[in-house]
Write a protein that binds this ligand. Sequence first.
Ligand SMILES: [Zn+2]
Length: 199
Amino acid sequence: MQYPEPIAKLIASYMKLPGIGEKTATRLAFYTLGMADEDVKDFASALTAVKRDLHYCTICGNITEDDPCPLCKDASRDQKTLLVVERSRDIMAMERMNEYHGLYHVLHGTISPSAGTGPMDINIPSLIERLKSHPEINEVIIATNASLDGETTAQYLAKLIKPAQIKVTRLAHGLSAGADIDYTDEVTLFKAVQGRTEM
Ligand SMILES: [Zn+2]
């Protein structure tokens, strides 16, 4: 017996989410069917709004409702320090820590030879342009994750940026190998920033 079309479609949609197989998708679809009308409407409109109302900041690549994003617009932040992260949610982790007050740049990925991702496929060209047009930036902190691809990216960026007489530092890895920035607690993250080392 086949599921009615609307439920089959919902199962197929849930299956597009990471880590969700058919069994879980089916359970979620039937769960959704049993939810209050109002909750389902809120869910559907949140899904639509996230794509409609959020954009990438044209300066730093962060996700934002306004462009430039509030972090780029905030003149009280230290305009001389730029911290490079893999993903927007790494910024959230840094901001939760509340000890870093410089600027950010989001790469939206890493260089990954195994996945065929090169420097031009992520936000590296915009980073280089930004450094050229803002000579006041005198330190770039590379906060890519402590994974193989994160390290490859950090090394690549250091080689690219250091000749411009800009100090390039890397988060101290009290972060264990493979640790993701956004899963790291604030104290560990704070120590990693404080103990950053020059590349
Ligand atoms: Zn921004």
